[in-house]
Design a protein around this ligand. Sequence first.
Ligand code: PEP
Ligand code: MG
Length: 313
Amino acid sequence: EAAAALAGYEGPATTADGHAVQVLANVQDGAGARAAAAAHAEGVGLLRTELAFLGHSEEPSVDEQAKGYAAVFEAFAGRKVVLRTLDAGSDKPLAFATPADEANPALGVRGLRTTRLNPGILTRQLDAVKQAADATGAAPWVMAPMVSTVVEAAEFAALVRERGMVPGVMVEVPSVALLADRFLEHLDFLSIGTNDLSQYTLAADRLSGDLADLTDPWQPALLRMVQLTAEAGQRTGKPVGVCGEAAADPLLACVLVGLGITSLSCAASSVAGVGAKLGTVTLATCQRAAEVALAADDPQAARAAVREVLDAA
Ligand code: PEP
Ligand code: MG
C-alpha cells in the first residue's frame, strides 16, 4: 500500500485530514529543476546557487548568472522558487569569494559574511536574480545563508526589497532560532537549514563521520531549535520551512509538520516518499509525534517513540 501511494504521488501534499504542506525540491540548476518538476515537487525550496560556480576562478558575470537562474524559474513557472544567495566558504569554498587562510572555516567568512570582504558579489548576484525574474515573469523568494544577527538580516532584506523581491534568511545558526520573532520583523519567511543548524547547535563538524550521532537531525536540541523557529512563524503568520537533509526523512517530516513547519524541501528523489507519507497521517498525530520526539533523550529513542505513535494512529 505504501509503495502504491509512493508510485502514485503527484502532489500537492496534504495530511490525511487535509492540512496542506508544501513539499519542495533542493536543486542547483535548470536540469535539476526540470527533474524536480517531473518528480512532482510543488516548487523549489532551495536553489543552491554556489554549486554551479564551484570550479570558477572568477565571479560569473551578471548575464551568465541570470541565464542559469532563468532556467530554474522557467522549470517552475508560476510556482514557488526560493533562491539562496551564494553560500561560499567552509565546505564550499569559491576561489573568488573565500579567504584562503582561515583556521576555522566553518566559523569563518562564509555565506552572507563574504559581503564583509566584498559587498559587490551580493549586489551583482541580486541584480542577476532580478534580471532573470523580469525575463521570465517569476517572483522568486530570495534568502541569505549563514546569517547570525538581526542587523545582517535587515540589511539583506533591504537589498532584496529594493529590487522588488521577497526576502528571507536561512536559520543555520542558533542565534536566529532564539530571536526568530525579531528576525521576522524584517523578513517575509525563514528556512531552516538543519545540516548547519545541527553542526552549530551541537558544536560538531557536519563532515565528521566520528560525530555523526551528534549531527543527527533527530537530536532533541535540534528539534527544539526548529520548534522555537516554527512557533515564531505561527505567531507572525509567516512561513517557516525546512530545507536541510532532515526534510528527506518521511518519519522526521511528520515530526517537523507537527512542530509547525509549513514547507519541506528535499532532494527530488525524496519528494514522493515524503509527500506520500504525509498523506497517511493527521496533523494531530504529527503533533503527538513532535511531542514524543522532543521528550526523548537521544535520536534512537526519538525515532522509536515516533514510530510507536505513527503505528498506533
Ligand atoms: C543546511 O545547512 O541545512 C542547508 C540546507 O544548506 P547546505 O547543506 O547547502 O549548507
Ligand atoms: Mg547550510
